[in-house]
Design a protein around this ligand. Sequence first.
Ligand code: SF4
Ligand code: SF4
Length: 504
Amino acid sequence: MSNKFHSTVSRREFMKVMAMVTGGVGAMAAVNPAFHDVDELISAGAVMQKRPWWVKEREAHNPTTEVDWDVIKRPNPTNTGQQTEMWAYYHGQARADAASAKGAEYAKAKIAAQAPGYTYRGQALKTAVTTSWSAYVSKSWAGASTNGTWTKGGGATYKGVATPADRGEPKWNGTPEENSHMLNAYQKYVGAAISGYGEFSSLDREKLLCTNVKHNAAKKFIIDDTADTAYENSTALAVPAKNQMYHLVHWEHMSHEMSRAAPAMGGRFNGSDFVATALKPSVYNFLRYMGYQMIGDGGDSNYPFIEAAVANLTGVAESSRNNVYSLTPELGPIGRIHSYITDMPVAATHPIDAGMFKFCADCGKCARACPAECISLAKEPTWEIPDINGKPNLMHNRGTKEFWSDGAACRMVRTELDGCNVCWGNCTFTTNKGAMVHELIRGTISNIQIGPLNNFFFRMGEVFEYGAGTHEGGSPKAEEWWDRSFPVFGMDSTVTSFDGGYKK
Ligand code: SF4
Ligand code: SF4
């Protein structure tokens, strides 16, 4: 059914539908000029990194999610919905204790029934794609670290490629604009669909740098104004601040097609993390070759910033109704964010407005599909964070105006149901981009932002059966996936390309 929509709805027909839905006057007048030469347009002023033509750039530190910088404090990520302690705190110890066993039973029953996505090959994929061979090198906060077993067995400590000093050459000396431009090209080549940059400013020092690592309150992030090189000891991860430092944010491209195989294959599209596995050492060595640092391990436990926050502030993404993901204009919620600090001077990218956070107010499809009912169905975002079962929500940092989720319920229900990610696969923005009509819809969403039209668009997605399955309805796309022909890695990597003829 979805193919019918792609092949039979032309731009002209789309405009006719628009006219019927909107009464034909204001909205059409607003949107029509914007569609002139839509194939060729890119966002005005996008000198640093080309973005689709409907993406508008905003001022620094002013994302579409409202921020009260007087209220906001450095976040403490100690409490997250991933912790069983939080499940027990909000939903009872007995339920938290039983969640894993319940999930295993759920999976066993599905496997016994050979339900879609629980077949032999599905199990092979789920097991293999998230299992890597143990590596002897990994990214550490300040550089690379070598597995102790490897060195004890006689292996050499790995530091990375030769630096300019090792080679007897001067370090690279580009302008910030040249550096961002160069990194856009390189990072896309090694897996970053979208890159963001910013100065590590006084706001970052006072409001954005996490106080401590995620699951260890005793290990602090500190700023050392006397140091020019990052370091780590038993109690601290230090940001060197003798020189100006900068943000480096990556949106890693991941598979839309696999996201639609949820819930049976829930999480396999981004749980594999194989893009980050290639991207991280490649960027680390690239910067090292040029004489600069890449600070941060890019892992899930030691991130120095709430990653959605820096993605928002550097214009990589906008917030969404759902606190578990952000939305990019190009790829919707499908992908993964990792952020680092570097001393290579880069020109900042600014927050964007593609109308997506506003659209969420009129949509709510993810919240209706969520088996945990943990995504807010509020009509508008709020500054206040609602309590969960009569207790204050400790899993969010105050100071932004958002829709607020219960992360503990999400994680616990995902465990009880042997995986989920129904929200990602079903998000209205989880569409492929090949069809012209999607360009028109996204341009309309960005340019006119009116409720009834937004409502029409998300209903259209439902009619044409975009999205993934649900726990009640099963996972039909988990089995269809094996029979269909998709791009390499299940990713349309031409989505973020504007040159080289890929849009023709
Ligand atoms: S992963 Fe599942 S439980 Fe969690 S927010 Fe998404 S739909 Fe809800
Ligand atoms: S499904 Fe709708 S409300 Fe939910 S994140 Fe996507 S666009 Fe926003």
